[in-house]
Design a protein around this ligand. Sequence first.
Ligand SMILES: NC(=O)c1ccc[n+]([C@@H]2O[C@H](COP(=O)([O-])OP(=O)(O)OC[C@H]3O[C@@H](n4cnc5c(N)ncnc54)[C@H](O)[C@@H]3O)[C@@H](O)[C@H]2O)c1
Length: 309
Amino acid sequence: MILITGGAGFIGSNLASRLVSSGREVIVFDNLSSGRLENLNAVIGKKKFRFIKGDICDKESINSAMKGVDEVHHLAADPSVKDSAVKPESSFDINVSGSFNVLDAARKNDVKKIVFTSSSTVYGETKILPTPEDHPLVPISNYAASKVACESYISSYASTYGIKGVVLRLANIFGPPSTHGVMFDFYKKLQANPERLEILGNGKQSKSYLYISDCIDAIMLASKKQKKVYDYFNVGSEEMTDVNGIANAMCSVLEVKPKFEYTGGIRGWKGDVVKMLLSSKKIEKLGWKKKVTLKEGIMHYIEWLRITP
Ligand SMILES: NC(=O)c1ccc[n+]([C@@H]2O[C@H](COP(=O)([O-])OP(=O)(O)OC[C@H]3O[C@@H](n4cnc5c(N)ncnc54)[C@H](O)[C@@H]3O)[C@@H](O)[C@H]2O)c1
């Protein structure tokens, strides 16, 4: 049985659907702070699926949800870099203390494996692009620091208690049913006013984007094929696109020609890594390959956004 924390969110709900369709028994544990039950429509009511409303900051609640679980996919987090600068304590409580509760509940309940969604932000600002996994971790945001702390605990629990740890350092993931990130932001702004688009920073921040189905392929594969007691993998596209490029691609699909207006500065917000490109060679050696191009991904995402109230 697999427990997914944060399984009512963007990535977690896609993961829950994939795991249930592959025949696994799945429990989603989520406090619905940003996740939504509608994201789980494809699995709610299925025999192999159960939803528990609970908070990872509540030790008893996560501990009792973990009974009989073999594998945990830990995704629950406050995923906002921007918010982690504004509310550092809250981000620490959820992302570090909450993750510790998940890990310790796993230990107490004899869980065999924990799969963790870390982030490309753990590397901080680096000149080595694409960045390989053995690059030093130098976070420049509280969010990234929280992910480094979690990775360290997962490594330690793997070595101390033999709980297998699989860490996935994800690039910017996009697609349905995401309601955050640059593409969602642009879509909403363009819907409100197709004549003008506010772009945070100078539009030159360049990053790697990956469509959700490719991300889920990577999580499924790494979780199945990883042999070591602890290992970590980058997951991203080896193609870097700047924010202006994303804005142009979206405008072309939406057939609008707004005036771009920049808030200025090299970063979109405090802690924003200006250039990010991950080397995905390590996970490719396990057999993973990106299938969806950026343009196809944007088209699928916009199709979904158009029919979503
Ligand atoms: N989306 C990306 O581009 C991206 C990139 C790198 C890493 N990640 C990581 O992947 C994971 C999932 O991200 P996402 O984009 O799906 O975010 P999301 O906000 O859509 O999902 C997070 C889920 O966690 C739940 N949650 C938050 N706090 C909780 C708590 N205290 N107890 C229980 N549930 C709680 C929310 O309700 C939500 O359903 C996060 O750990 C995030 O840091 C995401």
